[in-house]
Structure formats: structure tokens, C-alpha cells
Design a protein around this ligand. Sequence first.
Ligand code: AMP
Ligand code: MG
Length: 329
Amino acid sequence: MKQIYILLVITVLLVNDGYAQEVIQRKFEKMGSSFEITLVHESPIHGQQLIDESTAEIDRIERLISSWDKNSQTSMVNRMAGIRPQIVSKELFDLIARANAIARLTDGAFDLSYASVDKLWSFTGEEIQPPSATMVHASVAKIGFDKIMMDAKKQTVFLPEKGMKIGFGAIGKGYAADRVKAMLLENGVKAGIVNASGDMSAWGTQPDGTSWQIGLVNPLNKNKVFSWFPLNNTAVVTSGDYERFLLMEGKRYGHIINPKTGYPSQGVVSCTVFAPKAELADALATALFVMGTETGINFIDQLPNVEALMINDKGKIITSKNIAVDEIN
Ligand code: AMP
Ligand code: MG
């Protein structure tokens, strides 16, 4: 689980502007992962109500984007693949359009339509019999964000080939973190952190005025924080493959699929991305796995307001140019 190696340091109960500001926190399970919401509020009761509303918002997003839920709009789009365009809500339309823009930016390393190969692999941590190269090659034929047809006027999405499929596994939790943050901000919450299984969106400061801090732990040496980072109105997302991987001919493969080859990615164990929005950070963290450390960090260095830290399977830490890691291992 991602959150294993992200630690949060929080000071509790301080006075600010004459009002006691409390840190209110709740952990819960949603979207098949663990979430934690931390917010600063003078009323614990009101704070808890806002967390209730946040959980309802996450449920709403899950009903919209889940491809497991047969009744979701996403499932409708997938069912209509090769048949006809499907009308979707503006929210889903816009999310798909933004995801496709990130797909273009990453040259297809992140691609919602990776999902057509989903069935070929099971990431149980065990040795598997490799599928035939022909099968793997055939599986990527249906992938291609640039094939997805979108009509803004009619608000429709069309996957033109039968067997095409989209899935939000790589961006949905980031999107949920951003949405919950926006909802809490609208309700006057001045500071908080939404942690969607390691996808974090933070704003404001701790009650004593200091920044929220996260500590990153090397997955290969989990007992030691190797660097602390302040979270100033930013999002940070980590993609890791500690539990979801498979072995093929003795080699370890992570659960992120290279949409060009159809094979799971190799060589990277963890990617952490800092960006203004969790949605962008989430998609980029996934893309970096596919790109690998060298191409990945070069790519990040060309983007404004985005930083990354990657760890390869030898335990080496590689960072983008504006990140200084205090102490490595
Ligand atoms: P994350 O933990 O955010 O990196 O997301 C990983 C999940 O994204 C996987 O479990 C898949 O559901 C999905 N996924 C895998 N490969 C890709 C890809 N190349 N582009 C988009 N989504 C992917
Ligand atoms: Mg992701």
C-alpha cells in the first residue's frame, strides 16, 4: 500500500485568531482503498459532518467512473464500444478530455484506454506463465487515446472499436482527492489534507501556521524517512508496486502496463510526483513508471510546477532538478 511509506506529521489543537483550531481526522475505506481526511476546524462536530459529506462525494465519483459498477457512465461508454457514441455528464466528459490531454503530453505512457489489456495479467505477486507474444501484441491493438472520439456539442464519447475500454485506475483517486478538497474549500475549510491511498491534496497550514509535512520512506528501507517535504497548497502522489506485481521468468513486473508494448512495466519501484492538482500528479506518476527513470525525469524537468522523485529497483533515488533529497538511505 502506498501510504506505508508516507508519514504525516501533524500538530494538534492550537489557537489561531482567538478560536481554538482543531485538527480533525478520519480514516475510512472507499474505492477499494484507504482514505484519510485531515481538516482544521474550530468545531469538531461540524468538521465531522464535512467528512461525512466528503465520503458521500467520493461515493458519487466512484459511481461515475468505476468500470466495475455496471451502471456507471464509464461502463456504458465501454459497453457501447464499436456500437455508438454514448452521452455522458459534463463532469465525465471533461475528465476524459483532460485525461486525453495528459495522454498526449506523456506520448501515450498514461492512457485511459490501456484497460483493454487488463484481462491478460493478474498482479498477485506470483510467478505466471507468460502469455504468448502474439496475444500480448494483439492486446495493444485496441489501445489508443487518440482513437477516442469526443463530441463536445453532443457531449458524447465513442470508443470506435469493439473491445476498446477505458479505466480510471491511474487517475480516479487523484481526481477524488481534488474534488473533496474543492468541496471542503467551498465549505470554508481553510486547511486540510485529503489522502486517497497515497494521493494527497493539501491546502492551508497546520493550526500553528507551519506547513503540513510529508516524509518519504524508501520502500526498500521502510524504517527510515529519507526526506521531508513541506506541502504548501500542493498535491503529492505516489505510485508504487509493492503489492501489485507479478513474476515472469524470475523477473518482477509492476502493475502498470506499457500501452505501446502491452507488457507490465519494469525497473521502477516507486514514483512520487508533486503538482498543483492530484489528478495531474496521479496520471504523471503512472506515466513515469512506463517511461522509466531517465526519460521520466527529463520529461518532468520540462514541465512547469511539477517535480518528481523516482526509485529504481536497485534502490537508487533519482529526482527532478528542483528537489534536493536531504539524505539518501
Ligand atoms: P496508479 O496506482 O495511480 O499508478 O494506477 C495504477 C492503475 O492504473 C493500475 O492498477 C491500472 O488500473 C491503471 N493503469 C495501468 N497502466 C496504465 C496506463 N499505462 N495508463 C493508464 N492507466 C493505467
Ligand atoms: Mg496514478
